[in-house]
Design a binder for this molecule. Structure first.
Ligand code: FES
Length: 143
C-alpha cells in the first residue's frame, strides 16, 4: 500500500465514522429536544410586580400573548393568569378577590380560579396561563 492509497483509506474511514453522527444531529428527534430546552423562552413579560401588588391583579390588554389577567401578589408561589375574554360573548371578566371568582359584567357568567365555568350562560372555561415572577417582572406563558 502506497501513501496515496493509505490516505484515501483513512479519508473514507473518517467520513464513514462521522456520517452517522452528522445524520443524528440533524434528525427530528434531536430537534424535539432543542424545543424542550427552549420552552422556557416562551415566558413573556406582561407587567411589573408593582402593578400587580398595587391591586392584587394585573390586566395586560396588549401583552405578547394577548389580553391576560394575572391575579395574586408577587410573593405568592401560585399566581393565577387567565385570558379574561368571556367565552359567552367576549366581554372582559373581572376578578372578585373576596369570593375568589371571575365574574362577567355582561350576562353574569362566573368562573373559578382555574377558569372553569361555575355559573352560565357561558359553557366553556376561560383559558389559563402559567404565571411567575422574575425580578420585578410578571411573566406568563401558555400552559
Ligand atoms: S359575555 Fe360574559 S356572560 Fe355573556
Amino acid at each position: 500500500m502506497n501513501r496515496r492509497d493509505f490516505l484515501s483509506l483513512v479519508g473514507v474511514g473518517f467520513i464513514a465514522t462521522s456520517l452517522p453522527v452528522a445524520i443524528a444531529a440533524c434528525s427530528p428527534d434531536n430537534q424535539g429536544d432543542s424545543s424542550a430546552t427552549s420552552g422556557d423562552e416562551a415566558w413573556k413579560k406582561v407587567g411589573s410586580t408593582a402593578d400587580l401588588d398595587s391591586k392584587g391583579q394585573l390586566l395586560a390588554k396588549n401583552s405578547p400573548v394577548g389580553i391576560v389577567l394575572v391575579v395574586g401578589k408577587s410573593e405568592d408561589s401560585n399566581l393565577t393568569a387567565v385570558n379574561p375574554k368571556c367565552t359567552h360573548a367576549g366581554c372582559t371578566v373581572g376578578w372578585e378577590a373576596d369570593s375568589k371568582k371571575f365574574v362577567c359584567p355582561c350576562h353574569g357568567s362566573e368562573f373559578g380560579i382555574d377558569g372553569k365555568v361555575t355559573k352560565g350562560p357561558a359553557t366553556k372555561p376561560i383559558p389559563s396561563y402559567l404565571a411567575k415572577v422574575e425580578g420585578d417582572a410578571v411573566l406568563v406563558k401558555k400552559g
